[in-house]
Design a protein around this ligand. Structure first.
Ligand code: GDP
Length: 206
């Protein structure tokens, strides 16, 4: 992830606002409050990059982050871009907002050739929920490679982590686009963050 600080470059509310395809992209998805902002901040080693917020459902945008100092010209592209997808799954979301989310995300997943992998974040206290399965259906349908990341593992009994990991892997068996290994993380304790960095470094070369 280098030494450069990362910067927010763009919020994308609809596909026509996407930046031109350039560097490989890695996207992050998860239920609202899953710990997505905290994980992105931990990955890049910056506290305030992705907004950590408890007000769910406010942003319906794909947020783009890149390392600082690249012009974006064809011969001066950043090595990768991180894309923070809007959180989903808040109980009070009106149906048209959910439909809008699904359309934006599905069109992005299907049409973005530089998108290398989606990291699907699952709160280790809650496991995979119905709406996570809905997102996995979208990812499988779009044939977009995805890998599950368990978040907040500091909040569960440490002895239960291996079992949770194997149970989660078992749930992914029949999902064609799911990567067969998952990563357990805690942004709070910085566990699993290096594993995730390594997985991302590999994914962007594929
Ligand atoms: P987002 O809505 O998915 O972006 O989630 P946030 O990153 O804003 O986190 C939601 C809440 O969970 C915040 O109160 C965070 O402090 C907390 N949180 C996030 N990651 C962790 C973690 O690894 N461990 C613990 N204990 N809390 C976390």
């Amino acid at each position: 992830f280098g030494r450069r600080p990362w910067v927010f470059i763009r919020g994308v509310p609809a596909l026509k606002f996407l930046p031109p395809e350039g560097p490989p992209e890695i996207a992050f998805a998860g239920r609202s409050n899953v710990g997505k902002s905290s994980l992105i901040n931990a990955l890049v080693g910056m506290n305030g990059l992705a907004r950590t917020s408890n007000t769910p459902g406010r942003t319906q945008e794909l947020n783009y982050f890149v390392p600082e100092g690249y012009s974006g010209a064809e011969d001066d592209l950043p090595p990768m871009a991180l894309v923070d997808m809007p959180g989903y799954g808040y109980a009070k979301a009106p149906k048209d907002q959910v439909d809008q989310w699904t359309k934006l995300v599905f069109d992005y997943l299907r049409g973005r050739s530089t998108l290398k992998r989606v990291y699907l974040l699952i709160d280790s206290r809650h496991g995979i929920k119905k709406n996570d399965e809905g997102v996995m259906d979208l990812l499988d349908k779009a044939a977009m490679s995805y890998q599950v990341v368990l978040t907040k593992t500091d909040k569960i009994k440490q002895a239960g982590v291996p079992r949770l990991m194997s149970d989660t892997v078992a749930l992914l068996k029949r999902r064609p686009a799911a990567y067969p290994e998952i990563i357990a993380t805690s942004s709070e304790k910085s566990t699993g963050i290096d594993d995730l960095r390594e997985a991302i470094a590999l994914a962007i070369t594929q």
